[in-house]
Design a protein around this ligand. Sequence first.
Ligand code: NIG
Ligand code: FE
Length: 397
Amino acid sequence: KDCLLINISELMGILPVGCLRLQGEQMDSVKSIKNAFLHISQGKIISYGPMDKCPLEQMGETMEIVNLAGHTVMPAFCDSHTHIVYAGNREQEFIDKINGLSYEEIAARGGGILNSADLLHSTSEDELYEQAVVRLEEVIEKGTGAIEIKSGYGLTTEDELKMLRIKSTFLGAHAVGRAYVGRQSEYVELVCNEMIPKVAEEGLADFVDVFCDEGFFTVEETDKILSTASKYGIVPKIHANELAVSGGVQVGVKHNAQSVDHLERTTDAEIEALRYSATMPVMLPGASFFLGMPYGRAKEYIAKGLAVALASDYNPGSSPSGDMRFVMALGCIKMKLTPEQAFNACTINGAYGMGVSDIVGSITEGKLAKLLVLKKGVTLGYIPYCHHSPFIERVII
Ligand code: NIG
Ligand code: FE
């Protein structure tokens, strides 16, 4: 339906057509127009501009006109890294962590990801879908307009396909499946020779992801899995440098990954590897918060001219929240990003991190109208400052 938003007090997050990501000092500003209009037709942004250029008279009778005097309008958040298709939860491990066990210790004794895999195995596809939809509705209400979702709690061919029929980044190499414990190289063979071919044949994944980190998959195994993925024309993403300086960033860049994610532990070598690459570094401050890990060096990456995206990592083990307002707050409070930098990291650069920045992530002619209308008087800095107050008036998707 055609819709004209008028008298918008501030239309925020404007980018020109063709701008797919923001790097370095480009991240320092957020372009906006005060007292603006925005014309939406068939779900897309047709035009926008200052109110004195608003073509109100030329609009047809069927047009819905919404007066947003006093309200800021911004693009919805783009969350490029989640695992929201999972069964049940891991509340017991949360208690174990409080009592002193580390994430690695829980994983090493067969809990963690394998615990979620056991739960998923005994959950039907319909039930799994129902649980995922609840989480999806929850994050939409919190302002997320585009989201990436990984598999990786199946770890058998059958269960991975079950997850992927819901959606969409294949993460078979998330952990070694229970049946293959002690036979890691055979599991890697299974991923390469059976899972990836089936996923490709059924067209089930936009990306292939690998957890390349200490205690999970090695650089060599990752290299092999990503080479297989590229044979099938599937673009890589990667989980790297969360638990150790793993070499994951470099192997991801080597394979032209869409993104390399986590990056809680990186050195200047990772920054140099990312320079001049098309790969987006995606940092996940919610995981740093929940597991008590260091925060990624986002500020330095930006100072050195790189792009950075922030995502929620919503999953039962390391970040049980998909609230991008909280992610933005952590970006500012813990990573010392300015609200402008955090905003760009959570919108256009997040969209780039999942390969959709040509259609979402900013106010741009032709992009999908996925928008947040903020409550009266709320401006950019207020979002991370008071991230818990209910300042979203309306989500338009
Ligand atoms: O992104 N690091 C690996 N994978 C997830 C956590 C998975 C889990 O613990 O269930 C992450 O943090
Ligand atoms: Fe993750």
